[in-house]
Ligand binder design. Structure first.
Ligand SMILES: [Zn+2]
Length: 86
C-alpha cells in the first residue's frame, strides 16, 4: 500500500513539476544514533552524526543482518521446531 501511495505521490510531483523531497530518520547502523536520513527520491542514506553515506540497499542489508543477529535465538527456535504436528 505504501509503495502504491509513493508511486502516486511521485506522479503528482512530476505532473506539477515539483521536486519530491521525502526524508525519513532511522537508527544509523554505524553509530547507533537515530540520525540517519533516508532520502526516498534518491535511494540514499546519510547520517547527520557520523557522516556515513550509503545506498538504501546497503543500509537495508546491514539493518536486516543486525536484526537477525539480535533475534538469532528466536529464529533458531522457529527454524528447528517441527511443531505440534511434526
Ligand atoms: Zn551514524
Amino acid at each position: 500500500m505504501i509503495i502504491v501511495s509513493m508511486k502516486i505521490i511521485k506522479q503528482i510531483c512530476r505532473l506539477q513539476d515539483i521536486r519530491m523531497n521525502v526524508e525519513i530518520k532511522i537508527v544509523c547502523p554505524f553509530c547507533g544514533q537515530r540520525q540517519m536520513i533516508i532520502e526516498v527520491n534518491r535511494n540514499r542514506c546519510w547520517c547527520i552524526k557520523c557522516k556515513k553515506e550509503k545506498h538504501l540497499d546497503e543500509i537495508f542489508r546491514l539493518v536486516e543482518r543486525e536484526y537477525n543477529y539480535k533475534h538469532q535465538d528466536t529464529l533458531n527456535i522457529m527454524n528447528n521446531t517441527t511443531g505440534v504436528c511434526g
